[in-house]
Write a protein that binds this ligand. Sequence first.
Ligand code: BMA
Length: 340
Amino acid sequence: MDTVRIIGENLPNMPWQEKPEGAVGPVWRHSDNPVIHRNPVKGVARIFNSAVVPFEGEYVGIFRAESTNGRSHLHMGRSKDGLKWTIEEKQIPFVNEQGKPFQPNYAYDPRLVKVEDVYYIIWCTDFYGAAIGVARTTDFESFVRLENPFLPFNRNGVLFPRKINGNFVMLSRPSDSGHTPFGDVFLSESPDFVYWGKHRHVMSKGGQGWWQSVKIGGGPAPIETSEGWLMFYHGVTGTCNGLVYSMGAVILDKDEPSKVKYRSSTYVLTPEEWYEERGFVPNVVFPCATLTDAETGRIAIYYGAADTYVGVAYTTAQEIIDYVKATHEEVGDDAEIGIM
Ligand code: BMA
């Protein structure tokens, strides 16, 4: 009997496969991964680290598309089933709040989160170095960029899918402008999506889990459950051959989400398949979006693989939350609300 509930909408047509016999760990891969291959559309060499949402009975995605000149931009895509995607050749045409073209110099690792009736796109943009950019759309036709929420340098902006205690809430990972050899997850609030404050520390890298010993960063928008906010994130370790990106899972307090309730000391997915181990940057799994069905507790996770492909993996709210509780470890002051 499932005791854990997802608090959200039903999505009976979302991608889904049952856990195969003999699967290792609480998250299993889609059998036809990767769902987006190299050179998916003219001028685009690779698509990875991307976000999807249900929209008008189908799915839309905001994709990190690395063009054949090596620069990342955001492209829209559409899909009937969440697995076969048609990607637009052109970059998303962003405008500023006055309606004038306002294209980012580069854009990567988008998240796409619906809060009330607005879809927010959050990505890593160029603002005198790596920083968080945001835009809004309601129809996926016009995209209006808003003020950048934080100073550089920062990445992995992850918005919660509803206001908490009356405010928008966003996670972020302060960083440097390069390949950042450090980093914890922080949280900030805003009453209006312009002014952000009440900054709190959420979770630290490290602990017993060496897979997350260098840095961590938020992943898909947290999923509201009866146990608190379930969030997948990436954890990074260093090797003599470079960084390795795995996926972890954490449960944050429902009303005070800067407080970690449970956090898995082991990864829930790590590079093991050819499309995760081999590509532009080997050994990367980087989750950026989920689809969920409240009725069944099913979760589909979209993740970038080796900075080259998009993969899908599955779990259920019950399975992953049981796993996180069973493997929980308290790291540093994660359980505090983060005021110093
Ligand atoms: C991080 C980000 C991600 C990328 C990862 C591995 O710093 O830039 O987009 O997937 O490195 O290259």
